[in-house]
Design a protein around this ligand. Sequence first.
Ligand code: DHB
Length: 390
Amino acid sequence: MKKRYFLTVSTLAVLALTSASVMAQDNTFKIGLILPMTGQQATTGRQIEAAARLYMAQNGDTVAGKKIQLIVKDDTSVPDVTKRLAQDLVVNDKVNVLAGFGITPSALATAPIATQSKTPQVVMAAATSSITQASPYIVRTSFTLPQAAVALADWAPKNGIKKVVTLVSDYGPGIDAEKYFKERLTFNGGQITEALRVPLRNPDFAPFLQKVRDLKPDALFVFVPSGAGAAVMKQFLERGMDKAGIKLIGTGDVTDDDQLNDMGDGALGVVTSHHYSTAHPSALNKKFVEAFGKANKGLRPNFMAVGGYDGMRVIYEALRITKGNGGGDALLAAMKGQIFESPRGPMFIDAQTRDVVQNIYLRKVEKKDGQLYNVEFDVIKDVKDPGKTK
Ligand code: DHB
């Protein structure tokens, strides 16, 4: 008798749990956030997760009557893992949106899953131009390497830099950076004297930098992914390349705000082009930097953080526009054409390309209040991805 009583109670408990989870299902809006939380790209994951959580803390976790649930998964930046996690999030967790994607191969590996399941895929980090063409369900809130590289190739020859050696990580974004920098520099009368590529995994920059030293160009143009810039800077300075009259220039990935302050005074004067600096002088950005630091033991938000923060804005707004009733197609439609002020400046999701249109800034590393910053000194407004016009 006693046993039966217990059975009945536990059966009821199971029923209650089941109906609670069914209800949760209906009222929950799930975002599957796939990021490299460990391994070589871990700083990207840490920055984007922190930014997504900050956005939720500031804007609440209920939108259009739906409770937002963030499901964070660590793909260790291995694309096969990214793909398996994406599949699992779509099939088992029934996420409404896939987001994150620290490196290009991870974003590309997920694209077919987004297409087949009609799930919007919000790319918050990866920056190879072609990514948005891999699925009509991809929307990007980061940047593209051609956007950043072309601006620097316009600046360089006007500032005494004619002969340049390029040094890039040997995969999508690096190839984009190399190609678009070269094309524009050559158009502007400059010259690439050597194009060097280093492996993405465990790169050893030393032999490449030695070669650059021997070639003695006016400048070395560098693209390495977020988190690798400090190693390049250290070895560049250790070899006395700056003293040999070789300037270091690059897209803003190399003077990443996540690492810049630890690079030392040798980084002073380095000019880069990028869509975001912690030092961007707008009221909105000042608030963003302060709140981000407060919530993360003084950590500076870098360009990855802003991609994550704005990605959450795009998702929240799409949910609001669709009044919480839309499926993947309706959400995607509501993401296209969004225009808003980001901590980076004005930002627009081009409805045609689903890619970000934004200002690109020229910046120089300077010291302010004893800290190193990428200080913006020029701006090219509303830059579309040059890779989309080919
Ligand atoms: C990519 C990764 C980065 O860390 C970065 O700074 C730029 C591009 C990428 O893999 O697309």
